[in-house]
Write a protein that binds this ligand. Sequence first.
Ligand SMILES: [Zn+2]
Length: 340
Amino acid sequence: MRGAVLHAPGDIRVEERADPVIVEPTDAVIRVTAACICGSDLWPYRGIEKPRLPRHMGHEYVGVVEEIGSDVRAVRVGDFVVGSFFASDNTCEICRAGYQSRCVHAVSMGSIGTQAERARIPMADGTLVATPGVPDPRLVPSLLAASDVLGTGWFAAVAAEAGPGKTVAVVGDGAVGLLGVLAARHLGAERVIAMSRHGDRQALARDFGATDIVTERGDDGVAAVKELTGGLGAHSVIEAVGTQESMMQAIRSTRAGGHVGYVGVAHDVALPGDELFFSGVHLHGGPAPVRRFLPELIELIIAGAIDPGRVFDLTLPLDDAADGYRAMDERRAIKVLLTP
Ligand SMILES: [Zn+2]
């Protein structure tokens, strides 16, 4: 089969890779019908993260089950499935508490690489959720979004305790931040402040339910959020970038007693203890337990209640993955969908 491989920073190639096979009786093999490029894929692409190379790329996927191991019960051959970017057993104590991305048996799908024609899915029963029947092709981008960006934005909004009567600020206007706006609004937030300097992203944020746009960054962005919230800061802040600047912007934009939901993969973030102490804010985040939210998100998408697939503004054949990486790296595309 063909799949994307990172050979060196900036050097993505789509080449022949070994066909996946059932290794454990709990595995499934799926034919990937759509995959995509994540903001987090840009960290190794830019050479900021240094994984062992060459590395198979991709952790977001939807597809059709082609083969199952002898212990798989919940999905069948032919099912259309959406899975999380972490495989999980969904039965251990951590999973049952709703933190499947930290499952005691968690397997990062990034270690498998789903920007490919096929993928092995470990712990298929715990990882995959089948849709009722084969979905309308128009819903596929939204279902694919549920695999990571939507699930991650949703978790960020839940972790930030977005809800009725709350003002939510969102730091980061990538796909996760934009879907954090959608999630916050869906969870009932009264006011959603999107922080973005890009016209097209601001427009999508508004479509997803943002009520206010702040274009300033850093301490100026914090001051703008404070001004919009009577000097107090937001009740809930979503951090969807992962840098020192964005994390401090999120914490400083939150009122005392408020909540920060942080989901941008942290890179060299160091929190000053004294400032954290006196801020009085709650911090919760990490790799989103997408599997917790998948059944509900799939239902909302199929019912037409949410349309998160709009974050994909470029669709390319898998063979052109390198162009997709370039487009996202240069911020010409918000998010790139790859079709095998
Ligand atoms: Zn588990």
